[in-house]
Design a protein around this ligand. Structure first.
Ligand code: NAG
Ligand code: NAG
Length: 469
């Protein structure tokens, strides 16, 4: 009796125990599934990911690529720029300059559509905005190094030149002195290159260029050519550029501008024989060190996917077609005609991606629905979806991806989803245009860490993940 009770007790205990184990195993399996599903649709990251780190650690990806130039964020740890000079811009100023860049892009595109090219454009360049990515190139013989703002939205490359007959702003590098370069020469007014300038005039038979930017900044000087050295193997002997004698406006610290637009005088067009109008870059996030800028098709990552380059409404810009936006793996309900009507360009100089208002509100609504655990707060006027993270060390945010024409899905890196606007406040890093008919702009915050390939000859633009950190 006693022993049988004992056996039954032991048996039932074993049975119960095995049940408990089995249920625990099930629970474990289920929660692992859930974690996987959740991480598939969310990023969980430390807030410090969004903040500039103090040390410069050149990206291994960038270094590995033969013949690539180092691409640096002006405010990042590898920038050699004097931070006192750089920090003089407030956030409001940064975002208002970003808006003025977008406004000037919209104006240029509208003019092209309306065909009002009969009058000379008063302003041939986009507003310079803040141009926060910089590269260093060599100019002249012997070569001197100059740090230029990298800009896919303009064509003519220029640098400030001695003797600064009009005026030069303060820059970090010594100003280019043409008389010390044995390969420098002025371009004559009768040359075919001079005829390609939007705005040119003659000064004792020397071709004089002028580029006015949308925000009133301008550069005027001698149209010139000299040897351009990117790396020891990448040298362009007769590179046409502006030797700026009067440079005024919102340029800060850089020696000038490196124009990688789509039109005739851009570096891309001038080096077409050598690189076949192919270039690629990775814009590093501000917390990281450096990305790269590379010309030609060798070394392009194998996981890059391509979308067709669209017939842009303006010759300088690179157009592409957005088809859909996903938040947390769900496609936003946006009528596709919203995107076909607006069109889109990709621009290295615009900070925040601009979307048609209809698409932006769908995005912001879906994002907010996933962020209900965080308190909403006010941010700069460009943004309407900002959060107060003062009580958080780590945050969980929904993944966002965009789908380009040809079903090319590009996941936006976390640093492209939120932008810090103070120590505690972070905003959804997208903004709405005024009108659904305004062209969208895919900006540099969203391009960070992606490998972006411009294959102009083949008419396509490629994106690959993890181009740099
Ligand atoms: C370029 O042209 C300007 C204006 O005519 C002149 O002052 C300068 O000496 C010229 N430079 C060279 C290298 O010819
Ligand atoms: C944040 O995440 C890290 C791991 O990445 C973890 O060690 C830390 O405890 C987390 N902090 C909080 C407050 O949850």
């Amino acid at each position: 009796m006693e022993s049988s009770t004992y056996v039954i007790l032991v048996l039932s205990y074993c049975f119960l125990f095995s049940l408990v184990v089995a249920r625990n195993e099930n629970a474990l399996e289920r929660s692992e599934d859930q974690i996987e599903a959740i991480s598939h649709h969310y990023h969980t990251l430390k807030l410090s990911t969004f903040i500039s780190s103090a040390v410069c650690n050149p990206s291994t990806n960038g270094e590995k690529r033969k013949g690539s130039l180092q691409m640096v964020h002006k405010h990042g740890p590898c920038s050699k720029f004097n931070e006192d000079m750089m920090k003089s811009l407030t956030l409001d100023e940064i975002f208002s300059r970003d808006q003025s860049r977008v406004d000037s892009i919209l104006n240029k595109v509208r003019k092209e559509i309306q065909g009002s090219k009969t009058t000379l454009p008063a302003k041939s360049g986009s507003s310079i905005g803040t141009l926060n990515y910089i590269v260093t190139i060599g100019l002249g013989t012997p070569k001197k190094d100059f740090t230029l703002a990298f800009d896919t939205g303009s064509d003519l490359t220029w640098t400030q030149c001695q003797p600064c007959a009009g005026s030069c702003y303060s820059q970090q590098d010594p100003i280019f002195q043409p008389s010390t370069s044995s390969t420098y020469s002025n371009i004559s007014c009768s040359s075919s290159e001079c005829a390609q300038l939007d705005l040119a005039r003659c000064s004792s038979s020397t071709c004089v260029y002028r580029v006015g930017y949308g925000d009133g900044s301008f550069t005027i000087g001698f149209f010139a050519k000299d040897k351009l050295t990117l790396t020891s193997e990448d040298v362009i002997d007769d590179f046409f550029f502006g030797c700026g004698q009067d440079n005024e406006g919102l340029f800060v610290g850089v020696a000038g501008l490196f124009g990688l637009g789509r039109d005739k005088l851009s570096f891309v067009s001038q080096s077409a024989d050598k690189y076949g109008k192919v270039f690629s870059y990775c814009l590093p996030s501000i917390d990281s060190s450096s990305g790269f800028l590379m010309f030609g098709s060798s070394g392009i990552g194998s996981n890059v996917v391509y979308t067709p380059l669209s017939a842009s409404q303006d010759n300088s810009f690179y157009g592409l077609d957005l088809e859909a936006i996903y938040v947390k793996g769900n496609k936003l309900e946006i009528n596709p005609t919203v995107f076909t009507t607006s069109g889109m360009i990709i621009d290295s100089g615009t900070i925040i991606t601009r979307l048609p208002p209809t698409a932006y509100s769908a995005l912001s609504e879906a994002f907010q629905a996933e962020m209900t655990q965080y308190p909403l707060t006010q941010g700069p006027s460009l943004f309407d979806t900002c959060y107060d993270f003062s009580n958080y060390e780590n945050i969980t945010i929904p993944k966002i991806s965009v789908v380009w024409s040809g079903n090319v899905n590009v996941e936006i890196p976390p640093q492209g989803i939120l932008i810090p606007v103070s120590n505690e406040v972070y905003c959804l890093a997208f903004a709405a245009n005024q009108d659904d008919s305004d062209i969208g702009v895919f900006g540099n915050t969203q391009q960070q860490t992606l490998e972006v390939v411009y294959d102009v000859t083949a008419g396509r633009i490629g994106f690959g993940p993890g181009g740099c950190s």
